[in-house]
Design a protein around this ligand. Structure first.
Ligand code: G6P
Length: 469
């Protein structure tokens, strides 16, 4: 096996997350194809080097992943947990994405939801089982006194469970999401609230993306469990990975897509670009409504601008996500039918995941629209300025974590206020090229202040400086 040596002495650094750095796909001829994931955590972990004896524990999510586990195939430094599909579905779709994600992003339509019934309790039991599988695997793999960095709302109970199994470990947990304010967190049943908070407080150190989310967590602890119980809370605002982005965005596949995209947009037209998962919290529909308002209020932009909206499929097992995607499509069609002309399609909606094409859009965007209802950080706001060819005006929600780092050079909006957002789009489109380029330069500097490698190492060092337990 690939971790024979590390199994003997155990891993010194462990990362745990629901989604891992690789996934597998079974090809028609029965062979397994490996797909490598991206993101801040992957590049952050690579910073400690391949010889550091690091191990990433994640779940086997696809059929290919489960097949890889069955065949004993694996990447060095990655252990996939074959959690039964029904347990994973209840934990991931049920609790993580329909309860915890909704609470932290304030997404409930409260006259009807949430309903905490017997079905919820069944899902909660699965969430516990799922977290226990991680805690047990980590306990088995960790060297004496090792550092364990647990990621996100999928795994809130892991620190507490792991602490009981292995009091010698240094345990950290990082939240990539916002944290709910206490009044909203109090929607959850009292015992569940306590279990979540106590689970996280099993860690030596907790990390958040902004001071705002860290303070909300602390306030929830004060309200429900009498405080932080000696757990340290730190703020680490993940930045964009400039080296990776600059290199990747100048490869031939991106250059090709720039040519194609320019053609679709049309000669001499400006582009308002957004790139998101089709995610309820991303506020894609109000973005479209603001764009329509712009065309009403400032008809001079008609035929002179295109809204290039990337809305990649996400969490499609959940009906609300499927409905939201249909609504994005419906409003797009309505705008195109109502305003389009033979030579001009006002909205170019991209529903197929194509990373190279979204990088092409980043490079040519005149305006980037980042208007989430609420967002832990939002890396799109940080990535666009880094790769922009000629400068891009950024319209940014005040509810995104990135707001606190980028507000000075962005045009900021209340994400619910469609009229304000329409005015911001007009201001962004009208910005003089010189000012736009200057602001983009400053945005790029702020966006890359804490590259993923530093972000990861800072946390590791801070965790190692704590006293275990
Ligand atoms: C957020 C979460 C991540 C998650 C990502 C994609 O950024 O903080 O943990 O991986 O969304 O969502 P998904 O459900 O597809 O993993």
């Amino acid at each position: 096996s690939t971790h024979d040596t590390s199994a003997a002495r155990g891993a010194e650094v462990l990362v745990a997350s629901n989604r891992g750095p690789v996934s597998y796909e079974v090809r028609e001829d029965g062979s397994l194809h490996t797909k490598r994931g991206g993101g801040g955590l992957v590049s952050g972990l690579s910073a400690i080097g391949p010889d550091a004896g690091a191990l990433w524990v994640c779940s086997a999510l696809s059929d290919g992943d489960r097949e890889a586990v069955r065949r004993g195939v694996g990447e060095e430094g990655v252990r996939m947990l074959p959690v039964p599909a029904d347990v994973h579905a209840d934990a991931y779709n049920g609790i993580a994405n329909s309860v915890l994600w909704f609470v932290h992003h304030l997404l409930y339509q409260t006259p009807l939801e949430p309903v905490f019934d017997a079905g919820f309790r069944r899902q909660w039991a699965a969430y516990e089982t799922y977290n226990r599988a991680f805690a047990e695997a980590l306990a088995e793999e960790a060297a004496d006194g090792a550092a364990v960095l647990v990621q996100d709302y999928h795994l809130c109970l892991v620190p507490g469970m792991l602490r009981e199994l292995r009091p010698d470990l240094r345990i950290g947990h990082f939240s990539h999401t916002p944290w709910a304010p206490p009044d909203y967190f109090a929607l959850l049943p009292e015992d569940i609230r306590e279990q979540l908070l106590r689970g996280m407080l099993g860690a030596d150190r907790l990390g958040f993306l902004t001071r705002r989310w860290a303070d909300a967590f602390t306030a929830c602890c004060e309200q429900s469990v009498g405080g932080l119980a000696g757990t340290e809370v730190g703020v680490h605002g993940l930045g964009a990975d400039a080296d990776f982005l600059r290199e990747r965005s100048h490869r031939p596949d991106v250059e090709e897509r720039i040519v194609a995209l320019r053609e679709e947009i049309g000669e001499g037209r400006k582009a308002i670009v957004r790139v998101d998962r089709t995610e309820l919290s991303k506020n894609i529909v109000r973005g479209l409504l603001a764009y329509r308002q712009l065309l009403d209020d400032h008809p001079q932009w008609r035929e002179r601008v295109v809204h290039v909206a990337f809305a990649y499929p996400s969490r499609q097992d959940l009906a609300v996500y499927r409905d939201y995607m249909a609504e994005v499509q419906r409003v797009t069609d309505e705008i195109n039918a109502g305003y389009g002309t033979p030579g001009w399609t006002p909205v170019l909606l991209n529903l197929k995941d194509d990373f190279a094409r979204s990088l092409a859009a980043y490079r040519l965007a005149d305006v980037a629209l980042v208007n989430p209802i609420r967002d832990g950080m939002n890396l799109v706001a940080k990535e666009v300025p880094v790769v922009s060819d000629e400068g891009c005006a950024l319209v940014l929600s005040r509810e995104a974590g990135a707001y606190w780092e980028l507000r000075e050079d962005a045009i900021t909006v209340n994400p619910y206020d469609v009229l304000e957002t329409a005015r911001a789009l007009h201001e962004a489109l009208s910005m003089a090229p010189g000012e736009r380029a200057e602001r983009t330069k400053r945005l790029s500097a702020a966006a890359t202040a804490l590259p993923p490698a530093r972000w990861f190492l800072d946390q590791l060092n801070a965790l190692r400086a704590t006293q275990p337990g």
